[in-house]
Design a protein around this ligand. Structure first.
Ligand SMILES: NC(=O)c1ccc[n+]([C@@H]2O[C@H](COP(=O)([O-])OP(=O)(O)OC[C@H]3O[C@@H](n4cnc5c(N)ncnc54)[C@H](OP(=O)(O)O)[C@@H]3O)[C@@H](O)[C@H]2O)c1
Length: 333
């Protein structure tokens, strides 16, 4: 068995200054967990950018390897759950937070974090989707459970060029919804219409709502990946009986609200978590993403393939809010 592997290592090089390097690590530097995977692909998510730039709410101790997503084959499973060579998929739980993550050629994890790669998805496709795809699918599920249907009217997606946002646009369009995609990157409008967006709106469209107790009802449903003041601007502009699936905080964690949209229009605020979701629920969503919700050629449109060596440069891009679509880290590059 090879004793060393390549990994991204983040360290605090001066007070509050974090550096990300491609380094060689030893297997005995991984935690003592039963399942050792040879990672073939990983992906970049907003949380990885936070970890890579020293956000201690995500990662308490450095040096650290981020990467909340990974797919790869079993090298060894001391728990006896999986045979050597089996392809497994891991998203969330503590991976990449305080457990060395998927931006590495090897990870060591509890067997209960991994799922067999769903039939119908390649390893690369599973990482184009990754945590972002799982989260987008959970948001769409929440809306459907609340009664959403394409005939209701437009569905707003905020942070639309981001990982979760762009997959939510694709998935909703695939299911027949008319999607209004809100972005700070109007120059990427073609990317969004290519994914199936019905219309593309500048982020500033929502800003005037901030000074009002309620806004004109404009959208039937929404997926919000941005949080902060944007989330309440979305809530204020939903039509009677509508709802928003809220999963993100790209613009901030806090917002000021009033009760009017809830008590005058019956609006629902639907929270989404993809990290601590029980494994069997994750598995059911992955089966959908590989089945009826398979978005086919859109997956290639969403993805940019990068090497492990390029990960620091692209993490910096995500950290500035400049990412577009999904970045897949291919360990063979
Ligand atoms: N709840 C969960 O389980 C879960 C799972 C995954 C992700 N998340 C959260 O969802 C959010 C998106 O994650 P991601 O991986 O998709 O990130 P991402 O790829 O970096 O996308 C974030 C997007 O948000 C928009 N944005 C960034 N800064 C903004 C600002 N100041 N104001 C308004 N919009 C801004 C940008 O899109 P535009 O330029 O197109 O506006 C950006 O591309 C993050 O907050 C992440 O932590 C939550």
């Amino acid at each position: 068995m090879e004793k060393t592997f390549r990994a991204i290592l983040v360290d605090e090089v001066a007070a509050g200054k974090y550096d990300q390097q491609l380094v060689e690590r030893r297997l005995d530097q991984l935690p003592d967990n039963p399942l050792l995977l040879a990672v073939s692909h990983s992906s970049l998510n907003y949380k990885d950018a936070l970890s890579a730039f020293g956000n201690r709410a995500i990662t308490r101790v450095y040096p650290h390897t981020p990467g909340i997503d990974a797919v790869g084959s079993v090298v060894e499973d001391k728990s006896g759950t999986y045979a050597r060579g089996r392809q497994l998929l891991v998203t969330g739980y503590d991976l990449g937070m305080n457990t060395p993550g998927g931006l590495a050629e090897r990870i060591a994890i509890p067997a209960g974090w991994a799922l067999p790669l769903p039939e119908g998805l390649s390893a690369r496709e599973s990482m184009i989707l990754g945590t972002a795809g799982l989260t987008a699918a959970l948001c769409v599920e929440k809306l459907l459970e609340a009664g959403a249907g394409p005939e209701d009217g437009e569905v707003l997606v905020t942070g639309a060029t981001g990982g979760v946002g762009s997959i939510a646009v694709s998935l909703l369009a695939h299911l027949g919804f008319r999607v209004a995609a809100v972005t700070g990157k109007l120059e990427s409008a073609e990317f969004l219409t290519g994914l199936g967006a019905w219309k593309v709106l500048d982020r500033d469209t929502l800003a005037p709502f901030a000074s009002k107790a309620m806004a004109k009802p404009l959208w039937a449903w929404a997926v919000d990946t941005v949080g902060g003041e944007t989330l309440f601007n979305v809530i204020k502009s939903l039509s009677y009986g509508g709802g928003v699936a809220a999963c993100g905080m790209a613009s901030g964690a806090q917002f000021q609200a009033n009760v009017f949209p809830f008590i005058l229009r019956g609006i629902s605020l639907l929270g989404v978590d993809s990290v601590e979701l029980p494994l069997e629920k994750k598995a059911a969503v992955w089966e959908k993403l590989a089945g009826d919700w398979y978005i086919g050629e859109q997956l290639d449109r969403l993805a940019e393939d990068i090497s492990l060596e390029q990960a620091p440069e692209f993490l910096a891009r995500l950290h500035r809010g400049h990412g577009i679509g999904r970045y897949v880290v291919d360990m063979s590059r």
